[in-house]
Design a protein around this ligand. Structure first.
Ligand code: UDX
Length: 461
């Protein structure tokens, strides 16, 4: 029976020591900490080993033990570097400190040895470390399962001629992965197809060698690809998400101060009137796109709350960009701009009626769990895949196509989302999807049951 044996699990889990290793970026740290909280509530003792980069404040997580390891990065070394090179460097730089830390933890706790490592899928170097130390490794894939499937099929899609993406073929449907078009396949800027292939292969192959994979989604959201996922990853798969819903919230305030001011401002706005605009924690945009965004927002005349992170504009070296002259006057009383927002609180605020997002997986799930329709402008990685799911599979939003933004297109899209009948229909589907997500994580729901199975799997290792 669903939920059966929960209390027993709490007892069983007690004393069993798990080590969790997040990739040190906000979109990966948040779901790993959410999983850590859930596993702690099941009675496990949890140690998080975290590189110095973006390390959370341990005092925010009194239930978790933290070990911070050196990562060998200085600030100039990580700016301007291509994403795949940066992620590869995290793997290489952390390997020796990680081995040393794990050996130290093992030696310090002979009566409570580490029973299992749970690591981000992108930390592929941890598979060899786990094997060398005789520790089972479970993978957490924090981004969308559909994009993970595309990673796994990348070489096949390359052999079929879909890749590299060529402009004149970018609209072609990828029949192996509906509803994706060639241009929706995952990838990073300024990186060739072979570098992508090698990087994705490392992640996928080391996941296949793990004892299980945990996915931050629900089998309901992913039901269209379940058979393919099981084919590509013939190990136990646990859909325990959306973690933002099933776990207690984590504070994502390490990159900047949370801004309470925006919640106070939202309190003064009419119900469902505000568009929340945020492009996540790492995505960048050109200065010209920032200006088009500003004028698109202003011309749409929709109230908005806009997160402009220092460093959002490419090459701005973490400074705060200048907004176009006249924008502040034109939007006076209608808009609020912050450097960072308590996003999950913002999205569930009754004044918020729409979410303009880059479609990072956490933002996408947080949008779904808040029941707000979305307008997506994906930039890279898994975001193109997620945006396609939002607009074509779940139909809870629309997508701004193309690499560059244009104020007229933005204005049209925003009006459609916030004021037209089409937007109303998306809002209704978003409401239903939210309810479904809630059903997955409550007692007896599929993700709730999967979490209990995961506990049993860990205890059986
Ligand atoms: C990255 C990738 O870009 C994304 O595609 C991938 O799915 C995960 O890793 P990021 O771009 O930061 O993540 O986006 P996202 O996954 O949406 O995560 C951002 C997190 O920061 C969310 O949990 C969001 O709630 C939080 N956030 C963002 C805030 O709390 N406040 C903000 O102002 C902006």
């Amino acid at each position: 029976m669903a939920g059966e044996g929960e209390d027993e699990q709490q007892e069983q889990g007690k004393g069993s020591h798990l080590v969790l290793l997040p990739l040190p970026f906000q979109g990966h740290i948040n779901p790993m900490l959410q999983l850590a909280n859930l596993l702690h509530s099941k009675g496990f003792s949890i140690t998080i080993i975290h590189p110095q980069l973006n390390s959370p404040n341990p005092s925010d997580y009194p239930n978790l033990n933290f070990e911070i390891i050196p990562d060998g990065f200085s600030e100039p070394q990580r700016t301007g570097i291509k994403i795949i090179e940066l992620l590869s460097a995290v793997n290489t730089n952390c390997e020796a400190p990680l081995r040393e830390c794990l050996a130290r933890l093992q030696a310090a706790n002979p009566l409570n040895p580490i029973s299992c490592l749970i690591t981000d899928a992108i930390l592929y170097s941890t598979q060899t470390i786990a094997e060398d130390l005789g520790l089972p490794r479970i993978v957490l894939r924090t981004s969308s399962p559909f994009s993970f499937l595309a990673f796994a099929m990348y070489s096949h899609l390359k052999a079929k001629g879909y890749l590299p993406i060529q402009d004149h073929r970018s609209e072609i449907s990828v029949v192996e992965l509906p509803p994706l078009r060639v241009k929706d396949l995952p990838g990073y800027p300024n990186t060739d197809v072979n570098a992508h292939s090698q990087f994705f292969e490392k992640i996928v192959n080391t996941t296949r060698s793990a004892t299980a994979v945990i996915l931050n989604s629900s089998d309901h959201l992913e039901r269209a690809i379940l058979p393919e996922l099981h084919r590509e990853f013939p190990i136990p798969i646990f859909f325990v998400g959306p973690l933002c819903k099933s776990s207690s919230s984590v504070s994502s305030n390490r990159l900047s101060e949370n801004e309470q001011s925006c919640l106070d401002w939202l309190d003064k706005q009419e119900s469902r009137s505000v568009l929340y605009v945020s492009f996540g924690s790492v995505t960048e945009m050109e200065e010209a796109d920032l200006a088009e965004t500003a004028w698109g927002l202003a011309n749409s005349e929709q109230p908005f709350l806009w997160v402009i992170r220092p460093g959002l504009v490419t090459g701005s070296e973490r400074t705060w960009p200048h907004l176009p002259e006249g924008f502040a006057e034109k939007t006076k009383g209608k808009g609020w701009v912050v450097k960072w927002a308590p996003q999950q609180k913002v999205l569930v605020h009754p004044a918020v009626g729409g979410f303009w997002t880059h479609a990072g997986w956490n933002s996408t799930l947080e949008g779904i769990c808040s029941g707000v329709p979305m307008i997506c402008w994906p930039r890279n990685g898994d975001q193109t895949v997620n945006a396609r799911l939002v607009s074509c599979s779940w139909k809870v939003g629309l997508q701004l196509e193309g690499d560059r933004l244009e104020r007229g297109e933005i204005e049209k899209g925003l009006r459609k989302l916030m004021a037209d009948k089409e937007g109303e229909e998306m809002r209704e589907r978003a409401r239903v999807l939210k309810e479904t997500a809630e059903l997955c994580v409550i007692k007896g729901g599929s993700s709730y049951v999967a979490m209990n199975k995961l506990v049993n799997h860990i205890l059986s290792l």
